[in-house]
Design a protein around this ligand. Structure first.
Ligand code: HEM
Length: 275
């Protein structure tokens, strides 16, 4: 078909817009994740830090928990105390890692925050496994297996991200660090996911003892949904196919909507009421 210069101009303007969609959508999703994790961080710092740092462990149970504080269980209570203290460190340092301005302008901060993130990820994964399998903190076996799968995913991504950074393979490091961020966000994403699902379906498939079909899905989906989102971004970003790039961009925008709605819901129902 013969095309006029005007058509050419229109075509290239459309192409340019399609090319910009994916990086823009990735930025919007990252911004939404930062906001949602900020809400989680504020909750952890305001609810758990005062009680934990003053030794008033019993105050943890002001919020519904599976085990939380248990009288006479010194090692279990200490493990929980360490867990919530490191939860704020991983959430705060993860947000710093996600900011491109830090990577560009303050590489030393990026490296130190990365070390804190890596250490917290390793300790939370191993400590979390201890809380589940030694302390017995779980509601049902699929839930226990799902969160254990998350711990293994964290340790695997951590090993790759760390090794590639040491080998100075920064392209490979970036890919594995993004995967690590995704799987290390699973605990936060599970809360956000429940709220987004509840807001959009009224809580279909959520069981009274977290044993419904949606609970089974999110037990593993908390790791797999963020991981697949990152994977979809990485593949589309490396692809030259406009359709793939556009579809991925649209999926990331949908993800941003889920994160914003779910985080607002989590703040209103799960975090804010306990502050
Ligand atoms: C890596 C990021 C993680 C973060 C940010 C995190 C954060 C938290 C927070 C804030 C709590 C307090 C419960 C609440 O108020 O909702 C908690 C409890 C807990 N976490 Fe994690 N966690 C992480 C990873 C893990 C992993 C990998 C496991 C298991 C393998 C795990 C197992 C647990 C258990 C068993 C509890 C106790 C729940 C209860 O007693 O009700 N966590 N975590």
């Amino acid at each position: 078909m013969h095309m006029t210069t005007g058509d050419d101009g229109l075509q290239s303007a459309r192409k340019a817009r399609a090319d910009r969609l994916l990086p823009r959508a990735a930025q919007i999703l990252a911004g939404s994740v930062i906001l949602g994790q900020l809400a989680f961080l504020v909750f952890i710092l305001a609810f758990y830090y005062p009680a934990t740092l003053t030794g008033d462990f019993a105050a943890w149970n002001d919020k519904p928990l599976i085990t939380g504080y248990r009288q006479g269980d010194a090692s279990g209570n200490l493990a929980f105390a360490g867990h919530v203290l490191f939860a704020a460190l991983i959430t705060g340092s993860g947000m710093v890692q996600l900011l491109p301005v830090v990577r560009r302008r303050w590489p030393v901060l990026h490296r130190w925050s990365g070390r804190i993130f890596a250490m917290a990820a390793g300790l939370l994964a191993l400590g979390g496994l201890g809380l589940v399998w030694l302390r017995g903190t779980y509601l049902n076996i699929p839930g226990a297996l799902g969160i254990s799968f998350n711990a293994i995913a964290i340790l695997t991504c951590l090993a790759f991200a760390w090794t590639l950074a040491r080998r100075r393979d920064f392209a490979g490091h970036r890919r594995w660090a993004l995967r690590l961020f995704a799987v290390a966000s699973a605990v936060w994403f599970m809360r956000v996911g429940y709220m987004a699902w509840g807001l959009s379906t009224g809580g279909a498939g959520v069981g009274d003892a977290m044993d419904g079909p949606f609970d089974m899905f999110i037990a593993f989906g908390n790791t797999l949904v963020p991981l697949l989102t990152v994977e979809c971004y990485l593949r589309a970003d490396a692809s030259r196919q406009p359709v793939a790039r556009r579809a991925a961009g649209a999926a990331l925008l949908l993800g941003a909507l889920v994160v914003l709605a779910g985080s607002a819901g989590a703040w209103m129902a799960m975090w804010g009421p306990y502050l």
